[in-house]
Write a protein that binds this ligand. Structure first.
Ligand code: BGC
Length: 463
């Protein structure tokens, strides 16, 4: 890309990974053998919709990989569907593995590094029916599946995310009852969280044994909770408890095996946790303000809401997508770095916006990336940014009602229409930088906020 003289530029480090993230159930279609399918079939999604053909990746993922290639992405995160690979206990489907091999080989041909998630919210029905992750003795099934997949795909992938967001899976499925199995039981939710993190540890060792040179980690969802009023001690306490429960206790549990007080009193430590990650996967979307509310014990005595007047995502029926808050990503990167003593590189394994009209996303991406750049400049080793997501896909309980794609998808016709954000993301990836020209083209109003963020370091290009 031609840069004009005197342009301000935020250049990312050489080798920075640029791409998108997605998951099997949300994109593949025809996944009929997992607990989410059953949930959809029993009419439990908020919109009543089902995943159906989703984005049709089981047939034609390569068509979307080609769109990612056109954006000059050099990485792509996808997940393997356990219920395809092991449709019933101990029975392995080699045709499913072959299909994943095709997809990964196609990514390599397009010069995109595959980052592969081994569990992204979906469980085979047989596993769910045995109690899933509520039972510590079921962890061995997950580890056996992981070993099988890594054996079969190791020549095509060396970057593994064992489990996506155990904190979301546990909280939405077992505490808030919004995801299957629809439980509302704090103790069970905590046990699931703990068992999934134990499963990560055991999967880490299994993968390491098979492929010692691979990079292995997991990702947590970080959602910031800020007190509605700094002056109200009970607001501060409720927000603090939510941050500890949802963000920092899982992070610390994964690092040291011990959860943070008071959750350590309720949960068995994770055995052998230390040293079981080569990177930290950071998924970040939004923050909430928290007002103390004694009627909400399941939410740690806090009522959550979005900052009034803030620029927002499309809210969805559950009104869960909240504020677009770029600073939050920076704060999360700082906290993860500090709390883990900077021991490992960080990857932003998800960050995205529900914005059907695409009239907030371009600016949001730029502002978030400018702060990622600032974090890197301050020495935080962020190595990649995976935007959620490439094409609109099945958004769990929100069905097709909220749209996170850089590319619009009509699920009835499977027609794709790139949004403006897709062109912009392509330009950023191609340049490995945010330039003034890009900001001028896609979010001129954000010029000062973007380069103001990076005020102290904006370097002048001499071309
Ligand atoms: C999940 C994705 C989901 C996204 C947007 C993340 O927590 O990993 O599967 O689509 O949020 O809600």
């Amino acid at each position: 890309m031609a840069l004009q003289r005197g342009q301000r530029i935020l250049r990312f480090p050489d080798g920075f990974l640029w791409g998108t993230a997605s998951s099997s159930h949300q994109c593949e279609g025809s996944n009929t053998n997992n607990q989410w399918y059953r949930w959809e079939q029993s009419g439990r999604t908020l919109t009543g919709e089902t995943s159906g053909d989703a984005a049709n990746w089981w047939q034609e993922a390569e068509q979307d990989f080609s769109l990612a290639e056109q954006m000059e992405n050099n990485a792509l995160r996808l997940s393997i569907e356990w219920s395809r690979v092991e449709p019933s206990e101990g029975r392995w489907d080699s045709a499913a593995i072959d299909r994943y091999r095709q997809m990964l080989a196609d990514l390599h041909r397009r010069h995109m590094k595959p980052l592969v998630t081994l569990h992204h919210f979906t469980d085979p029905l047989w596993f769910a029916d045995r109690g899933g992750f509520t039972k510590v003795e079921n962890i061995r099934y997950f580890v056996r599946y992981v070993s099988y997949v890594v054996e079969k795909l190791q020549d095509l992938c060396n970057f593994w995310i064992t489990i996506n967001e155990p904190n979301i899976y546990a909280v939405l499925g077992y505490l808030f009852g919004e995801y299957p199995p629809g439980d509302q039981d704090l103790m069970r939710a905590m046990r699931v969280l703990r068992n999934m993190m134990q499963a990560h540890v055991e999967a880490f060792h299994a993968i390491y044994h098979i492929q010692p040179q691979s990079q292995i980690g997991c990702c947590l969802h970080y959602r910031l909770f800020d007190p509605a009023s700094q002056l109200v001690p009970l607001d501060r306490a409720a927000a603090g408890l939510q941050n500890t429960f949802f963000n920092w206790s899982p992070l610390q549990g994964g690092e040291t095996g011990k959860f943070i007080f008071p959750f350590n009193l309720l949960l068995a430590p994770i055995k052998g946790a230390a040293g079981t990650r080569d990177f930290h996967g950071v998924n970040y979307y939004t923050r909430d303000l928290v007002r103390f509310d004694p009627t909400r014990p399941a939410e740690m005595f806090g009522r959550r809401f979005a900052l009034p007047g803030a620029v927002r995502n499309d809210p969805g029926l559950a009104n869960n997508f909240g504020e677009i808050y770029a600073k939050g990503l920076y704060r999360v990167l700082q906290s993860v770095y500090r709390r883990t003593r900077g021991n490992k590189p960080l990857y932003i394994t998800e960050n995205g916006f529900s914005d059907t009209r695409d009239d907030r996303r371009p600016r949001a991406i730029l502002e978030h990336l400018a702060l990622v750049h600032q974090a890197i400049r301050e020495g935080i080793p962020v190595r990649g940014y995976l935007h959620w997501t490439l094409v609109d896909n099945f958004e769990w309980t929100e069905g097709w009602g909220v749209r996170f794609g850089l590319i619009e998808l009509d699920p009835r016709t499977q027609e794709r229409t790139p949004r403006i954000s897709a062109s912009m993301f392509g330009e950023i990836c191609r340049a490995n930088a945010i330039t003034e020209a890009i900001v001028a083209r896609y979010a001129p109003d954000a010029m000062e906020s973007i380069f103001g963020i990076a005020r102290q370091e904006s370097s002048r290009l001499s071309v």
